[in-house]
Design a protein around this ligand. Sequence first.
Ligand code: ZN
Length: 402
Amino acid sequence: MDIVKACVSCHHPLTAPTLDLGDLPLCNRFTDRNAVTPTHKLSVSDCPSCGLVQAVEVAPVDAIVPRLPWIRYNEPEGHLDKVAQTLMLRSDRNTPKTALGVGPFDEPLLARLQNLGCEVERLNLIGDAAPGVGGVGYPYLETMQARLRPEFIGQATSSLADIVVCRYLIEHSHEPVASLAALTQLLEPNGVLLIEVPDSEKFLRALDYCFLWEEHISYFVERTAKALAAQAGLRVERFHRFEGQLEDALVLILRRGEVEPLGTASPEDREVFKRYRTSFASRREAYRSRVASLAAKGKVALIGMGHQSIMFLSALGLHPYISLFVDDSPQKQGLRVPGTTTAIIPSADIVGRSDISACLLAISPRAEITVRAKLKPLSKKGTEILPIYAGIEGKKRLLEAL
Ligand SMILES: [Zn+2]
């Protein structure tokens, strides 16, 4: 008998239908030999009560621990001057004096707070774990989230801060309410907690499946991020949305205090994920037939081998049609793409070829101008350059959004 899991936010049983992506290779599992890549089930559902979209079946933490030391991710920073100023100019008279960060994406915000006169401290959640948990790998976000719990924090430090920051970690947490409780433990009585998470609204509406990822447990939108704070007994003092082309950044400034009662998600709230779930099979077919038609005219190259690219390849089953995998990061050269026996090559290896019908761009919009410039010799020869993202605007893309 299947055990019904509970919502990671409100703990209501997850009884709604799931979107099953099947057995997928781990997106961070690059290897230098033709070894069999381990696969894990990935399925996603939404909570019938609070509406949070979340992973139901996901790879265990030990499996996700990177096996390579350079697996590191980037998160947006352009809005952090404004965030730092907002934190320092609080409405009460107590100017914050101390700030504490817990993860790798807090550093750029801590540096700005320091410039504004704050004394900053970092809590290293994996200091004694790196490198190698159980002798395997290089612990990163998956291990940090597992240690962001009241028990661990209670042992790790007794220092408190006026501002505690935690960017891009809560969506990785298997127990986000406990993670917020752990962060709250670090607050001075009148302190504020800043959390920042990616907003899933745009990719869910655009029916973009490459944004799913085995390392993300929660796929927040504004309403469910606020509901999570309430579950942890935190009041939303301020909320900011910072626009991104493919996903916005949600910044919540939270404080202990009276919490507004939560309403359950309305049918309209839940419609977005329902459409995403029920459209998967037809969208996958549409992608397969589109990429197959490009492959019939020549070779198809996938440009940029990050987790979105690998999810695009695996979840949509596009392996039969894509034969060239391109990434210019020096560390990735020659390594096999997770789930394939094909090695990654640099863009210099494809620009002279005349048998490439399409280059599928799986790169951040920030990098697009540079990458398009590198691929210019190909586009001059008629190779189509097509972003994979369904939600990207103002450009010819692989498949039109519905
Ligand atoms: Zn829930």
